[in-house]
Design a binder for this molecule. Structure first.
Ligand code: NAP
Length: 299
């Protein structure tokens, strides 16, 4: 393998330490604690794991957190009432509703009900709009924001580079496009987005200086799709059956790691690449929301 590994776990730990230091500073100087409310409907096992990880990370960093676990049959109106209550709570600065929601609940209505100032996931159209026009007083969605910070802290400046994103979801691909194209430090790339409607994606991915895969297809990106020396960011998290693994499965990304690592200059592993950054950015967004609520944004 010739590529340098981008250690997302290590960078996320640095960032979490910085968050914890700032949180401690708020407590010391202002007797003030950021707070995050996490709402989970139903008993989806993966969602339970994600919610548990977020709440544990809050505890570790000194952020107040509360979990609202509601039964699968919760009506949309009941959920909206809870969100209205959390919007008004002064100890809660960030609200996260864990997706996917049960089919009878309209996701867009839920997102729209969250106070944009507490929308730490950056799903509210107001924050999405702010991100697109380059305003800094909203939030950036956690995974794409994590990718930007990974690049920055690995010494990769996207300015003037051709960044190719595979995938155009509202959660990863589209926000990455919006963030990387901004005329700001840590961005300013020429960005192309490849999706299932793209004719001849390989011709495009081979031009990428920075190739970001966010497709949800195990090991989709092979060495022939990569330009020699490219930086590879693998957002994908896929479970594949593995009879040798204790759990009977293992996690792989959207990139064929072994062969691509022989061609790339830098690459994120899965797990341990983008994954840990997502929660770290959620913690940062919660801190930001808390500081905004007290007008402490210059701290
Ligand atoms: P998604 O909503 O399913 O979107 C997948 C995107 O990939 C779609 O835009 C789709 O195109 C595109 N796509 C699918 N097959 C393709 C192909 N053959 N060629 C080109 N494009 C193709 O997925 P997502 O939510 O963005 O997640 C993507 C991956 O990232 C998943 O593995 C997910 O688990 C992972 N993820 C990781 C984190 C993290 O914290 N690390 C966070 C979020 C997601 P169309 O739009 O044309 O259908």
């Amino acid at each position: 393998m010739s590529a340098t590994i981008i250690n997302g776990k290590q960078i996320a730990t640095q960032l979490n330490n910085e968050t914890a230091r700032e949180v401690a500073g708020l407590a010391r100087d202002y007797n003030f604690q950021p707070g995050l409310a996490v709402v989970l409907i139903g008993d989806n096992p993966a969602s339970q794991v994600y919610v548990g990880m977020k709440v544990r990370k809050c505890r570790e960093l000194g952020i107040y957190s509360e979990q609202h676990i509601l039964p699968e049959k919760t009506s949309q109106q009941e959920l909206l009432q809870l969100i209205t209550k959390l919007n008004r709570e002064s100890i809660i600065h960030g609200i996260l509703v864990q997706f996917p929601l049960p089919a009878h609940i309209d996701q867009e209505a839920v997102v729209a009900a969250i106070n944009p100032g507490k929308d730490v996931d950056c799903f509210h159209p107001e924050n999405v709009g702010k991100m697109l026009i380059g305003k800094q007083d909203g939030f950036f969605p956690c995974t794409p924001y994590g990718v930007l910070v990974l690049l920055e802290r690995s010494g990769i400046n996207p300015r003037g580079k051709h960044a190719v994103i595979i995938g155009r979801s509202n959660i990863v691909g589209k926000p990455l496009l919006a963030l990387l194209i901004q005329k700001t430090a840590g961005a300013n790339a020429t960005v192309t987005c490849v999706h299932s409607g793209t004719t001849d994606p390989t011709t495009i991915t081979r031009q990428a200086d920075i190739l970001i895969a966010a497709i949800g297809r195990p090991e989709f990106v092979t060495a022939d799709m990569v330009k020699p020396g490219a930086v590879i960011i693998d957002v994908g998290i896929n479970r594949i059956t593995d009879s040798v693994a204790a759990k009977g499965y293992r996690l792989v990304g959207d990139v064929q790691f072994d062969e691509v690592a022989n061609k790339a200059s830098m690459i994120t592993p899965v797990p341990g690449g983008v994954g840990p950054m997502t929660i770290a950015m959620l913690m940062q967004n919660t801190l930001k929301a808390a500081k905004f609520s007290r007008d402490l944004r210059t701290l």
